[in-house]
Design a protein around this ligand. Structure first.
Ligand code: UDX
Length: 436
C-alpha cells in the first residue's frame, strides 16, 4: 500500500518505519528541510532503540523515503497519516495549528479518494474539524474519509509497542473505511477495536489520564506511607497482585513527565471544561504530580541545609530511562531549584546530556560518569532510574563522595543494602535511613 506519513517526529518516524517494515511503500513528509536532509543522509533526529536500524534497512530496500513535498506524496498515496505535533497552549488547550495547516495542504493537494488518518493525539472532535478544513480547501470536490487511529507507543519501547500493541483502535465513520486500516494492520495480528471517530479520540485521552491517575494515586499513598512508617514498595506489590488493579504504573517516585501525560491530562481537563464538565478528579492528579519534586526537594533541604555550601550530584536527567527526551523531565525542576538555592550541581546521564544542555541552568556542571559526578558531593540525588544506575558499584560511589547521603527519587536501590553500605538513604514512601 502507498502510505504518506506527515510529520517526522517521534510518532511519524516510528509509524513510517514499521509500516515500511511490513512491506508498504512509505514516504514520510516533513516541512523542516534540514530535518529531511538529515534523515535522507541516514541520521535520526531522535534516540529510540532499534529505530535507526529499522529506518536504514527500509531505506536501503527502497520502501521508505523522506521528502518535503506534501502535495506530490498525497497524490500518490492511498492513506495519509497526520502525525504532526500537538503542543499545549498555556491554558492547557491543545494547539491544533500544525494539524490544521496539514489538513489545508491535503485538501488543496488531493485529486482522488484518500483516507486521512489522525495519528497525532488530538482532542475529541478533531476528526470532524479536520474533515471540515480539508473540505473547505479542496480545489474540486473529491470524496475522502477521516479516521482516528491513536498511537499508544512509549518512548524507549516505541518499536515494540508499535509492532505488538495491546490493541489497535480504529475510529472510522463507516465499516468500509475501517476495513482499509484493518487490512494495513492485519499482519501485526493484534486485537483491533473499531469505534466511531470521537470515541477513538476519547480512548486515547482517557487511557493516558487513567495511567497518570494510577501514578498520582500511588504517589499520594507514598506520602501517607512516609508519615505512617509503611513501605510503599511493599504496598504496591500487595495492591498490584489484585488482578483488577495490576502492578503496571504503580511505581511511586518523582511523578510523571514526558511529552504526553502532562499535556494530555491538561488537555482533557480543558476539553471537559469546554463541554461543561469540571474534571476535579483529574485536576487532583495533576496537583499531586506537581507536588512530587517540591516534596523531594524539601527532603534534600532538610538533610543538607544550608544548600549554598553543598555540592550535589544528579544521576539521570531524561524524563524516564532509555530516552534522551528532556521534555517535562523532573530533573529540570530539581536542578533549577538547587541552583537557585546556591548549591553546586554536577550531573550525569547516559544519553540525555546534549539535550539537557539546552534546557538546564548554565551553572550546571556535566560529568562523564556517575562516579565523576559524585566526586566530592555532599549528596547524590537519583532522578531517572537508568538500568546502569541499578548496577553501580555503590562502594565506589560512597568512596568518592564527601559524605555518603543518597536521595533516591525512584526507589531504585534496596534500603537494606544501602544501610549495610553505610549510606544515609532517603527514598520515596519508605522510612529514611539515617546514620547512627
Ligand atoms: C506515554 C504512554 O504510556 C503512551 O501510551 C502514550 O502514547 C504516550 O505517553 P511515554 O510518555 O513514553 O508514554 O512514557 P511512559 O513510559 O508511559 O511514562 C510516563 C511517565 O510516567 C514517566 O515520567 C515515568 O517516569 C512515569 N511513571 C511511569 C511513573 O512515575 N511510575 C510508573 O509506575 C510508570
Amino acid at each position: 500500500m502507498n502510505i504518506c506519513v506527515v510529520g517526522a517526529g517521534y510518532v511519524g518516524l516510528v509509524t513510517g518505519a514499521v509500516f515500511a517494515d511490513l512491506g508498504n511503500e512509505v514516504v514520510v513528509v516533513d516541512n523542516v528541510p534540514d530535518r529531511v536532509l538529515m534523515l535522507q543522509a541516514g541520521h535520526l533526529p531522535i534516540y529510540e532503540p532499534g529505530l535507526e536500524e529499522m529506518v536504514a534497512r527500509n531505506v536501503s530496500d527502497g520502501r521508505l523515503s523522506f521528502t518535503t513535498d506534501l502535495p506530490g506524496t498525497v497524490r500518490r498515496s492511498v492513506i495519509v497519516f497526520i502525525a504532526v505535533g500537538t503542543p499545549p497552549k498555556t491554558n492547557g488547550q491543545t494547539d491544533l495549528s500544525a494539524v490544521e495547516a496539514v489538513a489545508q495542504e491535503i485538501g488543496r493537494a488531493m485529486d482522488r479518494y484518500i483516507v486521512v488518518v489522525n495519528k497525532s493525539t488530538v482532542p475529541v472532535g478533531t476528526g470532524e474539524f479536520v474533515r471540515e478544513v480539508i473540505e473547505r480547501h479542496q480545489r474540486q470536490p473529491v470524496p475522502f474519509d477521516v479516521v482516528s487511529n491513536p498511537e499508544f507507543l512509549r518512548e524507549g519501547s516505541a518499536i515494540e509497542d508499535t509492532l505488538r500493541p495491546d490493541r489497535i483502535v480504529i475510529g472510522a465513520p463507516t465499516q468500509q473505511v475501517a476495513m482499509t486500516l484493518l487490512e494495513l494492520y492485519a499482519p501485526l495480528e493484534r486485537p483491533m477495536i473499531i469505534t466511531d471517530v470521537p470515541s477513538a479520540e476519547m480512548i486515547k485521552y482517557a487511557s493516558n489520564a487513567f495511567l497518570a491517575t494510577k501514578i498520582s494515586f500511588i504517589n499520594a499513598v507514598a506520602n501517607i506511607c512516609e508519615l505512617a512508617g509503611a513501605d510503599v514498595t511493599q504496598v504496591m506489590k500487595g495492591m498490584g497482585l489484585d488482578a483488577r488493579i495490576g502492578p503496571a504504573f504503580l511505581q511511586a517516585g518523582l511523578g510523571y513527565g514526558g511529552s504526553c501525560f502532562p499535556k494530555d491530562t491538561d488537555s482533557l481537563i480543558h476539553t471537559a471544561a469546554t463541554l461543561g464538565y469540571k474534571f476535579d478528579l483529574l485536576r487532583a492528579v495533576v496537583d499531586v504530580n506537581a507536588g512530587r519534586t517540591i516534596h523531594f526537594l524539601s527532603v534534600i533541604e532538610r538533610a543538607l541545609a544550608p544548600m549554598h555550601t553543598r555540592r550535589i550530584a544528579i544521576l539521570g536527567l531524561a524524563f524516564k530511562p532509555n530516552t534522551d527526551d528532556m521534555r517535562e523531565a523532573k530533573s529540570i525542576d530539581v536542578i533549577t531549584r538547587l541552583i537557585d538555592l546556591g548549591a553546586t550541581v554536577c550531573v550525569y546521564d547516559p544519553v540525555a546530556i546534549p539535550n539537557a544542555r539546552k534546557v538546564l541552568p548554565t551553572l550546571v556542571e556535566y560529568a562523564d560518569s556517575p562516579y565523576a559526578a559524585a566526586t566530592g558531593a555532599d549528596g547524590v540525588a537519583l532522578i531517572t532510574e537508568w538500568n546502569e544506575f541499578k548496577f553501580l558499584n555503590l562502594e565506589r560511589l560512597r568512596g568518592v563522595m564527601r559524605q555518603p547521603i543518597v536521595f533516591d527519587g525512584r526507589n531504585l536501590w534496596e534500603a537494606e543494602r544501602m544501610r549495610r553500605l553505610g549510606f544515609e538513604y532517603y527514598s520515596i514512601g519508605r522510612k529514611p535511613l539515617r546514620r547512627s
